[in-house]
Design a protein around this ligand. Sequence first.
Ligand code: ING
Length: 316
Amino acid sequence: MSRTLIVAAAQLGPVPRSQSRTDVVARMIALMADAKEMGADLVVYPEAALTAFFPHWWSDDEEEIDSFFESELPNAATQPLFDAARKMGVGFKLGYFELDFSTGKKRRFNSAILVDKSGCIVGKYRKIHLPGGHEFKLGHPFQNLEKRYFEVGDLGFPVWETMGGRLGLAICNDRRWPECYRVMGLQGVEMILLGYNTPVHNPAAPETDDLANFHSHLSMQSGAYQNATWVVGVAKAGVEEGVDMIGQSCIIAPSGEIVAQCSTLGDEIAVARCDLDRCNIYKEAVFNFALHRRTEHYGLIVGRTGVGVPMSAGVF
Ligand code: ING
């Protein structure tokens, strides 16, 4: 019996600072209802779906910063989304900013949760690759201060058995780093769900601006093909608080082909019927890691120090 999931990439247009979570959740439920009408089993929302992407500006007002975070999920504002999902029998992935107090001190993460069709939170991921910096960049039209506002994720890249397959999570800049896909690929992942808030303009490398969409797709398509997995990449798109962000949310097959894609910069779903068994064509042949991958012969690899260290050193 084929393990087919009907998946909806649920792209969001801009979320202005003035928009309440209640109104954003209403937008998300509308997308979920559309997806359900098309038979969706799983709805994938962007990174930071509930609020504006505040790392695009400087703040040293603790209360203002915390206003973008959720200290628990579900909560009053998001309960309607969980209720709607359970009523429709749909799973979903939600990107949000997480306040955590479990260690006795306040910690802030850029996080995502995976919720199954029964409304159970199956798993959580905390963003590891935080782009940008800690300090205000003079002369930049907007900032990326994720290193200032968030701690590096401490949950690794887990893969969960759920919804009939092996699903993993990633967030935005993670998608540019091949290791993320490979760590999940080595766990047999069959579908990676990720969201992004990606500006068209990169103040650190403006010469790459015209390639913003190409680099986004290149990263995800390579990750999908080289790890024999589906990848669903979903944007918060359009001009949000003055920052123009790419869209082109898409669903990518293990072949690396884009099989569904959004074509606007607003709230839009792109839906595909994803047969998880299509991963096997690649997992059993070209990317059969056990048969073909030979890490013991890779010799020097560059570690954290930037210095080549023999694999045999056992430091990896
Ligand atoms: N945003 C961007 C991303 O990785 C970026 C930051 C843009 C990095 C372009 C490099 C090039 O898509 C987030 N939120 O990670």
